[in-house]
Design a protein around this ligand. Structure first.
Ligand code: HEC
Ligand code: HEC
Ligand code: HEC
Ligand code: HEC
Ligand code: HEC
Length: 619
């Protein structure tokens, strides 16, 4: 209620004129929505029905200590992962506020994935997360995951009791995603094995724990406030009704990590990655999310020395790209029993994942440098959360004396500003169309208003092995403002070399979030101090420092100026290659490959470029 009044107040001031609101503080009109608009099938909140979710601390005693012949630290690894911090994450808390401001009750949707224990127990209201308890702050906790029931009963791999549980659910999830889960109302822990040792708590073997569908439950995020139209646009659904089709592919796509994987070669056949991922997995063939994110190792599943020694235990690393937010969490929650060593190990695991996520190939072609990034992951690179997340190429050129003479994709660590105009930035950019702009006052185009965004303006993130345009179009994950051919799981970028450069250093960098996003979350917040808390922490913790994923330093072959065909001499062939491309001023797009002659970068090859050509070919 307070929130609503605040908005009304702001709108009044704006309407009565006088006060000029800065773009940053400008407050959009809320899109009217109710809890029903965010309804998802599966288990529904009911504090009486669902036995409390046991604190993860409780699991530590038995599922932690390793023996001399074992190196499995389930609890520590989990605590160092972002899933354990999903409901403490100040970046999440700050964006949760904006979601509630933009669409009433939107926070309910967020909390069901970021703190499922709190959500199912009825503590997601108020939807700002203020009712969540210390145990709820364990986010995606041990108990939550291990009480998840496969929503599709499998007579072979599901525990028999699941059939009865599923029969009691009014609406079953149509497909993995949306945080649409079925939870066992009793504390019966499911796991992958048939344990010989009675674990001292109720448990069941469940094949669900070897599937990506378990992860897909939360790693496909869609906004049910929108319905995909025949022309591919997304329109607001009727007020106070569940989504008309309930099909995630008809909702606005926010994250598609699971679907990206489902339509990759990893899901279809598995891929031999030569030991890059998977730990001790025999043969090195990886397929599921678990194969890469919970690598196999040798050990015992618990402290009981009688437990079986297995060589296919799953490490609970859940490492992705995030190696920064954990620092803010440690600062903000000194009393939550978070062991800094666990956090540090989790961050190291994330950096290691980032370093294994791609292969970099650098080739010189005369005056140009061709940079290829190959995606080695099981989904887009990067995948997942779109706002503020990015990856970019940094190219530094040195002269014979080793002096830096030019840098493309320069990032200033002090100001956290990235020069984007002269390099390639891999990212998704979402925004609003005219209809949403009319309804909210948010200007048409790029926007960070997660809950009401309804267009994808850019998505040049690199697809995984097995990518096809048709399949990705169907899941709402088409490349946008870029073309990837079917089967392409790499991306090429051509840079022009400086005449004096004799060596070059190329790096691919990853950043969890941008300065622009953090600043937005501070300035758009009209409700509480979550945006200020985030901003202050961002400044204290290195401003989301970029992580170097891959680097390569190459010596450059000597090149004759004007040797465009890179055959070691400057002759008529080089000149005629240029002439073939001349299209005249404003002559529109030249034939493919001609962009290399557009020296003045005005999108055509004309006299202006001929002038520069002379300069390049001068002795
Ligand atoms: C995101 C879901 C998730 C969370 C959170 C999670 N687990 Fe697991 N756990 C799994 C999956 C999936 C497997 C099986 C993976 C495989 O076999 O590839 C597993 C396996 C296990 C096993 C069998 C031994 C092993 O390592 O394979 C135990 C015991 C276990 N988990 C306990 C825990 C405890 C204790 C916590 C919290 C500290 C926890 N889990 C948190 C999903 C989860
Ligand atoms: C008193 C000790 C104890 C505590 C506390 C405990 N467990 Fe266990 N748990 C065991 C033992 C022993 C096993 C059998 C492991 C084996 O044989 O490999 C087991 C097995 C499991 C399995 C089955 C894994 C599989 O597939 O074999 C899961 C899942 C699990 N525990 C989850 C949890 C969770 C979640 C918690 C905390 C909420 C927890 N446990 C707390 C002792 C404990
Ligand atoms: C109950 C919902 C839920 C389930 C089930 C779930 N996740 Fe997550 N996962 C999340 C949320 C929420 C986050 C984001 C936490 C944050 O950054 O605030 C996350 C984060 C992650 C990250 C870190 C991402 C990064 O940016 O670094 C990885 C990796 C990950 N999950 C893998 C998995 C895998 C593998 C499984 C299946 C075994 C799984 N998740 C199951 C909700 C879930
Ligand atoms: C072949 C190995 C592989 C498979 C299979 C795989 N991942 Fe990943 N994943 C990675 C690597 C490497 C990274 C780190 C690079 C990055 O952050 O994109 C990553 C990153 C992530 C992130 C962080 C997103 C980002 O880009 O910032 C999430 C979330 C995630 N994975 C979830 C999943 C889920 C869910 C599945 C299954 C549906 C899955 N992954 C399957 C290798 C894999
Ligand atoms: C269907 C489950 C689901 C829902 C619903 C959901 N999230 Fe998430 N969220 C995730 C997962 C999974 C990730 C991790 C993805 C990754 O890191 O690539 C994530 C990541 C994030 C992140 C990035 C955190 C970080 O540290 O990098 C933010 C911020 C966030 N979510 C905010 C929200 C808000 C706000 C809402 C509600 C409007 C919401 N989420 C709804 C599953 C969900």
């Amino acid at each position: 209620m307070v929130r609503k009044r605040a908005i009304y107040f702001a709108v009044c001031i704006a309407a009565t004129g006088g006060l000029v609101m800065s773009a940053a503080n400008y407050l959009p009109t809320q899109v009217p929505t109710t809890l029903i608009d965010f309804f998802q099938p599966g288990s529904q909140p009911n504090g009486d029905l669902y036995e409390e979710f046991v604190s993860s601390n409780n699991c530590m005693a038995c599922h932690e200590i390793a023996f001399d012949d074992a190196d499995l630290f389930i609890y520590s690894s989990w605590q160092g992962s972002m899933m354990a911090q999903a409901a403490r994450d100040p970046l999440f808390m700050a964006s949760l506020v904006i979601a509630n401001q933009d669409a009433d009750f939107a926070g309910d949707l967020c909390i069901r994935c970021h703190s499922p224990g709190g959500w199912i127990s009825g503590r997601s209201e108020p939807t700002d997360g203020s009712a969540l308890t210390a145990v709820d702050r364990d986010g995606v906790s041990c108990s939550v995951c291990h009480r998840m029931v496969d929503p599709v009963f499998n007579p072979v791999t599901s525990p028999p009791v699941d059939e009865e549980i599923l029969a009691g659910i009014d609406a079953l999830p149509l497909s993995p995603g949306g945080g649409s889960y079925v939870l066992d109302s009793l504390d019966r822990r499911r796991g992958p094995y048939n344990d010989p040792v009675p674990p001292g708590h109720l448990w069941n073997q469940a094949g669900f724990f070897n599937t990506s569908e378990l992860c897909g439950t939360c790693h496909d995020v869609s906004n049910p406030v929108f319905l995909r139209q025949p022309d591919g646009t997304y329109a607001v659904t009727p007020l106070d009704e569940p989504h008309p089709t309930g099909n995630k592919h008809d909702m606005f796509p926010v994250e598609r990590t699971f679907s990206e994987w489902l339509h990759s070669e990893f899901a279809k056949t598995g891929v031999d990655m030569g030991g890059r991922f998977g730990g001790t997995i025999p043969g090195g063939v990886v397929s599921t999310c678990e194969d890469c994110h919970m690598p196999a190792l040798t050990g015992r599943g618990c402290v009981d020395p009688a437990a079986a020694l297995r060589d296919d235990l799953a490490a609970h690393e859940f490492a992705g790209g995030n190696a920064w937010v954990q620092d803010m969490v440690l600062n903000l929650y000194p009393n939550d029993n978070i062991n800094p060593d666990n956090i540090e190990a989790g961050q190291a695991a994330a950096v290691s994942m980032l370093q294994r996520a791609s292969t970099l190939e650098v080739t010189q072609a005369g005056h140009f440098l061709d940079v290829r990034i190959i995606n080695e992951t099981g989904h887009k690179l990067p995948s997942g959360y779109p706002e503020g997340r990015r990856m970019w190429l940094n190219v530094r050129q040195f002269d014979a004396g080793g002096k830096l003479i030019g840098e493309l994709g320069y990032y200033n660590p002090l100001s956290a500003e990235l020069t984007v105009a002269d390099t390639k930035v891999y990212e998704a950019q979402l925004g609003v169309d005219q209809a949403i702009s009319d309804a909210t006052g948010i200007p048409v185009g790029e926007s960070f208003h997660f809950a009401v965004n309804n267009v994808v303006l850019k998505d040049n993130r690199i697809p995984p092995r097995g990518f096809t345009n048709a399949a990705y179009q169907a899941i709402g994950a088409s490349p946008v403002a870029v073309v990837y051919a079917d089967g392409e799981y790499w991306d090429d970028t051509r840079f022009r070399l400086l005449p004096a450069a004799t060596s070059v250093a190329v790096s691919l960098l990853y950043q969890t979030t941008s300065k622009e996003y953090v600043t937005f979350l501070r300035d758009a917040n009209n409700t509480n101090d979550a945006g200020d808390v985030l901003f202050a922490q961002w400044e204290l913790t290195g401003k989301s420092p970029p992580v170097r994923m891959v680097d390569e330093v190459s010596a450059l072959a000597p090149r004759a100026d004007g040797d465009f065909d890179a055959d070691g001499d400057v002759d008529l062939f080089d000149f005629s290659a240029f002439l073939d491309c001349v299209s005249g001023p404003g002559g529109g797009v030249s034939p493919p490959g001609c962009a290399v002659f557009d020296f003045d970068e005005d999108d055509d090859v004309d006299l202006g470029d001929a002038g520069l050509l002379q300069f390049l070919t001068a002795p």
